[in-house]
Design a protein around this ligand. Structure first.
Ligand code: SF4
Length: 388
């Protein structure tokens, strides 16, 4: 049996998250939400694999309308992922059991309205429609007010301050049916974030996740490095393993989540093994998003695979390459990587840090990336020589 923090119960449709209930495994559809038949098939695939909650991205009215039809065709517990347009919540809430919002995204639409008013709106909508909320804090889109208050070398405190502040507001509003997630692409940071959050708010159920964990098997191992120590201590009431896999293999996320929970419960900690830690932080790291309805080109997963193959020669160098599927999160979430690629409909944007180097076709991008990677490696080798 896993020990568990004494979190409060948060009902999500037919399930309860927290309060010692079994850990709920989640996943997210990578299909176009507006394609009802394909999305329903994906929901059934994920629930058959053991997902207790399935998330969908909804960004516009067309997708919100599709959701009504999806609801009519499945009894699965559905969660909806909001982006900047928080008002879409009112249109989707009747058809789902949970709404995820990102505190960092409440600043773009209607800037004259305070984030507090927007959260009140979301809590009212959720309350009126029997929905739970997730306050989903993400390293790639931190609340700008919080970010400016802390030094750039401390990215974790702004994330935590943001989460705590939203919890306090929701509590004050009398809305306690919420969970919190604090996601980063670095598993050690995920551990620290969740530790620090749980130390102050042990009552709030936590949704664990390593964002942009990448492709299996590396993505699963990276996720284990975060989940194993947290679950071992009783932190985490629900989780998602985010993997860059094609739509037809999305159920692997659920299988990986179930396996991690079972292994930790049985005392098996695979991320502690020497062969696992040897693949740790030094060396080349590829982070890639799991793709979702927003992905702009179906070749995204294949692109991530091509990047992995084409850069194997650089395995020993401490370089991070980020590969993202869309313009919604791609530009921001590639900023921290040494080299970043994000997809448009027919092209791939290549960045070095936060600087855009150019826009290339899917055919051109790999050779251009390798040229830039060679330059990064040359600079690294030079700097090492200077240190000696
Ligand atoms: S980067 Fe874009 S396509 Fe990838 S998971 Fe995030 S929103 Fe979806």
């Amino acid at each position: 049996m896993l020990p568990r923090y004494p979190t409060r119960p948060v009902r999500v449709g037919t399930l309860t998250i927290g309060n010692g209930q079994p850990i709920v495994i989640q996943s997210m559809c990578a299909t176009k939400t507006s394609d009802v038949a394909t999305t329903v098939r994906q929901i059934e695939q994920l629930t058959a694999a053991g997902a207790g909650v399935v998330r969908l991205a909804v960004d516009n009215r067309r997708e919100a309308e599709a959701l009504q039809e999806i609801r009519a065709q499945t009894g699965a517990n559905l969660s909806v992922d909001l982006q900047e347009n928080y008002r879409v919540a009112a249109e989707v809430a009747p058809w789902v059991e949970k709404i995820r919002y990102n505190p960092g995204h409440l600043f773009h639409h209607e800037p004259s309205r305070s984030w507090r008013e927007k959260v009140r709106f979301l809590a009212d909508v959720a309350g009126a429609n029997d929905c739970a909320l997730r306050v989903g804090v993400n390293c790639g889109s931190i609340d700008p007010e919080k970010k400016d208050k802390f030094p750039a070398d401390d990215p974790l405190t702004p994330m935590l301050e943001s989460a705590w502040e939203h919890c306090e507001l929701l509590d004050r509003l009398g809305f306690t049916r919420y969970v919190v997630s604090l996601k980063d692409s670095d598993p050690d940071r995920v551990v620290e974030l969740n530790h620090r959050f749980a130390a102050r708010r042990p009552d709030v159920p936590l949704h664990l996740g390593v964002t942009e964990a990448g492709m299996p098997p590396e993505g699963i191992l990276k996720t284990r490095r975060a989940f194993e120590p947290l679950l071992r201590e009783g932190i985490g009431d629900t989780l998602r393993v985010s993997l860059t896999v094609p739509v037809t293999r999305k159920h692997e996320e659920v299988a990986a989540g179930l396996q991690i929970v079972a292994d930790v419960a049985a005392g098996r900690f695979l991320a502690d093994r020497p062969e696992a830690t040897a693949t740790g932080k030094r060396g080349l790291e590829i982070i890639s998003c799991p793709s979702c309805s927003r992905v702009e080109n179906d070749r995204f997963c294949e692109l991530a695979e091509r990047v992995r193959e084409a850069t194997r020669y650089a395995a020993e160098y401490p370089v991070t390459i980020a590969v993202m599927g869309c313009r919604v999160n791609g530009p921001g979430e590639t900023d921290r990587a040494d080299l970043g690629l994000w997809c448009g409909a027919d092209c791939v944007h290549l960045k070095r840090g936060s600087r855009l180097l150019g826009v290339y076709s899917f055919e051109q991008i790999i050779s251009r990336l390798r040229r830039e990677l060679d330059a990064v490696i040359r600079e690294f080798v030079e700097s090492e020589k200077n240190v000696r």
